[in-house]
Design a protein around this ligand. Structure first.
Ligand SMILES: Cc1cc2nc3c(=O)[nH]c(=O)nc-3n(C[C@H](O)[C@H](O)[C@H](O)COP(=O)(O)O)c2cc1C
Length: 175
């Protein structure tokens, strides 16, 4: 958990690293299949379009998009930043457990009136995180997380997302 000067130090190093090397950063584990299969590719493109519209950043505006991604490495201004790691000898099932753990942290924060944002994107900064935070090679960087108070006045926090109802992904059996 990073607060105060430790958070400032990491944010400064991470934003610089991103600005200097944004086209070379790769995550420690794949974020998406390559290529993304349908229907996921269409959903992803649609969401990215909605997000870009809300933020007022065109897909063609590379500089604007880079500035926007750099905000991720400032923990969006949240005063508390978390970096999550996991013993890399574990297997994909452990990611299921890890997701539950992340959700518990987020619900515990919510229960105390705080907001969170999970950030897989921190995995792109794993070499820097390893160096700055002394993370051993035996651990992989899973994600980061911001804890603070959401600014619900921001358009991207107030998007009318086209979310699926449960009938799209659940089967209800009762007899
Ligand atoms: C595991 C996980 C990783 C995520 N990584 C990122 C990320 O790197 N950057 C980002 O802006 N949002 C990321 N998100 C999405 C935000 O956390 C999302 O805005 C948040 O979950 C709120 O979702 P909601 O709008 O459905 O409430 C991630 C979500 C999850 C669950």
């Amino acid at each position: 958990m990073l607060t105060g000067k430790a958070r400032e130090r990491l944010v400064e190093a991470a934003v610089k690293n991103f600005n200097d090397n944004h086209d070379k950063l790769v995550p420690e584990y794949p974020f998406f299949p390559d290529p993304i299969p349908e229907p996921h590719a269409s959903w992803f493109t649609k969401f990215r379009g909605q997000l870009g519209d809300a933020q007022g950043v065109e897909r063609s505006d590379k500089e604007g998009r880079r500035r926007d991604v750099a905000r991720q490495f400032k923990f969006f201004g949240a005063p508390v930043g978390l970096i999550f790691t996991m013993d890399r000898r574990l297997v994909p099932a452990s990611f299921i457990c890890y997701g539950g753990f992340l959700q518990t942290v987020m619900l515990a924060a919510k229960g105390r009136g705080l907001d969170t944002l999970a950030q897989q994107i921190w995995s792109l900064q794993y070499p820097l995180l390893r160096k700055e935070l002394g993370i051993p090679e035996s651990d992989m960087v899973v994600c980061g997380m911001c804890i603070g108070y959401a600014d619900n006045g921001l358009p991207e926090n107030d998007m009318a997302l086209d979310k699926f109802g449960p009938e799209k992904f659940a089967t209800f059996l009762d007899a």
